[in-house]
Every structure is written in C-alpha cells, then in structure tokens.
Design a protein around this ligand. Structure first.
Ligand code: PEP
Ligand code: MG
Length: 400
C-alpha cells in the first residue's frame, strides 16, 4: 500500500526568499506527502552538505528518485537507506542534504496519509509518551540572523510552567510583544531578524535587561513560570586565529567565556543555554556543564549537528546535557531519530529545532511530539514559525 510510485522535486521559496527544495511523494494506493527543506545561516562546521537547490534537485532526480520507486514509504529506514545509498557519501554532498531531508519527510507524510494516522502517530507509534514539548521562543536576536544587533544570536522565552502547549505558545507571543513595549519605552527602534525576533541595536547586557523585564511582565499577567534562555551560537563568535570569543571590541578566552556564561546562568536563572562555546571545544563544554548543568540545560547544536558519532563523543566527555535536533543537519528522519534515541538513553534532553531559513512545513512539530521531546525551538511569530506552533496546538487539540 505504501509502495512509492513517484517522487517529484521542485524549487520553492524559503522565508529568506532563497530557493529551497520541496519534494512530493506518491504511493500506489494514492498516499501523498510533501516536505520542504529548511536552511541554516549559522551552520555548524560538521553539518551534512546543502547544495544549491537546482543542483541538488538535478542530482537527486538522477541518483535518488529511480532507487526510491518501489520502496515502501511506510518503512522509513528503507527510504532513508535508499537515500544514503543513492548519495554514497557520509555527508550527502553528492545529492545534497536539502533534497534528502525533503524526500525523507515527504515519504513519512505519504505513509501517514495511507495509514490514515497523523504524522506524529505514524512516527511515534502507539506507545509514545504523552508529554508535549515546551516551545522556546526567540524574542531578541542578532549574530548571523541580523546585522547591527546583539552579539548573542538568540534570547529565548521559556514558558516552563505553562499548563498547556497553547498557553505556552501564547505566552511566548506575549513576551515578544512585551519586548517591543520595553524597547519602545527606552526609545530603541528595532527591526526583526531572520526568525522574527526583535533585532535591536543594543548591547548584550542591555538585551538581558530588556528580556528579563518583558518576561517578568508576562509572568505576572499569565500567572505561571516563564524563564528565558540563550542560543549563543558561540562558534560564530570564536576566532580561531585569536583563540578567543570576539564581542565587537572585546574578546574573551575560553576560561573567561565559561566564567561569563556561568555568571549569566546564575544572574538570570537561565533555563537553557545552547552552544555557549566553540563547536570544537568539548573540554570547555564539559567544564561549563560540570559547573551549571545541575540547574540549566547546556545544549549542543553546532557541537553535535544531530550526528550520533559527535553526540557519543560528547556523552563520553560529559560535554552537555541536551542536544538540538535539526533533521536537515544530518539529512534523514532515521538519522534524527537515532540521535534522539542515543540522547534519551544517556539522559540528555532533546530539543527539536527549526532553521533560520524556513518554509510552511510542519514536520518538526510532529517530530517533537512523536519523540516525546522536552522542548521545541521554532520561533515565536511569522508565518513559517506559526505554521509549526499552530500545528502543535492542533495536535494537542486532536485536530490533525
Ligand atoms: C536555528 C538556528 O540558526 P541556523 O538555522 O541559522 O543555524 C540555530 O543556530 O539554532
Ligand atoms: Mg543554534
């Protein structure tokens, strides 16, 4: 029933206006699935390779599509193994991780369509947990996502006390609005960055004050606990030649960076810190996790790139206590599931994540529910972000 009869690929727009790959998968019984690849700006050095969309489509049409016809979409590992075999490299540099992930997601949706089950149910099975992920909402940002804004890439609202997904999603939107109010009161103009977060021309120190104030106001309104966290995307701050983290005119050594982040965790009671250190410095990650990992999540994004080998190295080193999962960093849903499983077996929290360049695709909302992830990071406002957040609300409401 789920035997694939056709795979078609096309170029569509992503949220930055760049071309990206969209895949349609059809099965013999009429099942249909569509997936679209996201795209990063602050990409990790060890991510699977994204090719220009046209090139990736041409290569995938030549090498992958013929192998996929006849494969059962309901057997996700068979689909993803066919993609790996068609590519023949470790990093999808032959057909592009963008075509690979679009096809992998489209096949999963086609199978769910045939089975008449919501995607999260197909991916997670009957015995998945009953938890819903807490959405981490980007409310202020800079780095590679906005020029002339903060050095730290993302300040993320974390509504840890929300009684429901819906209340959490609306709380994050309220924090986003409150940040606009606080900036306005301070006379600071702000455009938005790639993910829809405010990108004000202020120092990181001022941004902490602004977000802290906005979170306090919304916490008082909603009556449940809201904390906040960061994606420091520190590999983008790190200068290999100077062996230092560069914040404009200031630099910090690895030891100073550890001290700085540990201080921030305590001063602002941060719930979450992603990529606080360079992607090659497992040791410094381990030192920081040792210091503050009992009271906050230290999450590896560029550090682990959703890759089980890098995650295993991190587990061995004690480098973090959580992992960001981005399917396009590794190329297939099967690989992303493997990373989630390894993380869970080792007590690591999982955070399913969007990319800064996104589409209306909602797969990650289903993936987060299917894997019982503790968190999902998928922005706060903006159509390509609310597509996932609203899908989460629908899933919680049993309306997909
Ligand atoms: C979402 C992120 O940004 P990008 O997609 O640019 O890597 C991130 O760094 O977590
Ligand atoms: Mg990140």
């Amino acid at each position: 029933m789920t035997r694939i009869t056709s795979v078609s690929l096309r170029r569509v727009l992503d949220s930055r206006g760049n071309p990206t790959v969209e895949a349609d998968v059809l099965t013999e019984s009429g099942g249909f699935g569509r997936g679209a690849a996201p795209s990063g700006a602050s990409t990790g050095e060890y991510e699977a390779i994204e090719l220009p969309a046209s090139e990736s489509i041409a290569k995938a049409r030549e090498h992958a599509v013929p192998r996929l016809e006849g494969v059962y979409a309901g057997d996700q590992r068979a689909v993803d193994n066919a993609l790996r075999a068609a590519d023949g490299t470790d990093d999808f540099s032959a057909i592009g991780a963008n075509s690979a992930v679009a096809i992998s997601m489209a096949a999963a949706k086609a199978a769910a369509d045939v089975l008449g089950a919501p995607l999260y149910q197909h991916l997670g099975g009957a015995f998945r947990g009953e938890n819903f992920p807490i959405p981490l909402g980007n409310v202020v940002g800079g780095g590679e996502h906005a020029k002339e804004a903060t050095h730290i890439q993302e300040f993320l609202a974390a509504p840890v006390g929300a009684p429901s997904v819906s209340e959490a999603v609306f709380a994050n939107a309220a924090v986003h609005a409150a940040v606009a109010d606080v900036l306005d009161e301070r006379g600071v103009p702000a455009a938005k960055g790639d993910e829809g977060a405010w990108a004000p021309p202020i120092s990181d120190a001022d941004a902490f004050e602004v977000v802290d104030e906005a979170v306090d106001r919304v916490e008082d309104e909603v009556g449940f606990e809201i904390r906040f966290g960061l994606d420091m995307a520190a590999a983008e701050l790190y200068d290999d030649d100077r062996e230092a983290y560069v914040y404009g005119d200031e630099t910090k050594s690895a030891d100073e960076q550890i001290e700085y982040v540990a201080g921030l965790v305590d001063e602002y009671d941060l719930a979450y810190v992603e990529d606080p250190l360079d992607e090659n410095d497992y040791e410094a990650f381990a030192e920081l996790t040792d210091r503050v990992g009992d009271r906050t999540l230290i999450c590896g994004d560029d550090l682990f790139v959703t890759n089980v080998e890098r995650l295993q190295d991190g587990i061995d080193a004690g480098a973090a206590n959580s992992i960001l999962i981005k399917p396009n960093q590794i190329g297939t849903l099967s690989d992303a599931f493997d990373a989630v499983e390894l993380a869970a077996r080792n007590g690591y929290e999982t955070v399913i994540s969007h990319r800064s360049g996104e589409t209306e695709d909602t797969t990650i909302a289903h993936l987060a529910v299917a894997t019982d992830a503790g968190y999902i990071k998928t922005g706060t406002v903006g159509g390509e972000r609310t597509a996932k957040l609203n899908e989460l609300v629908r899933i919680a409401d049993d309306a997909v």
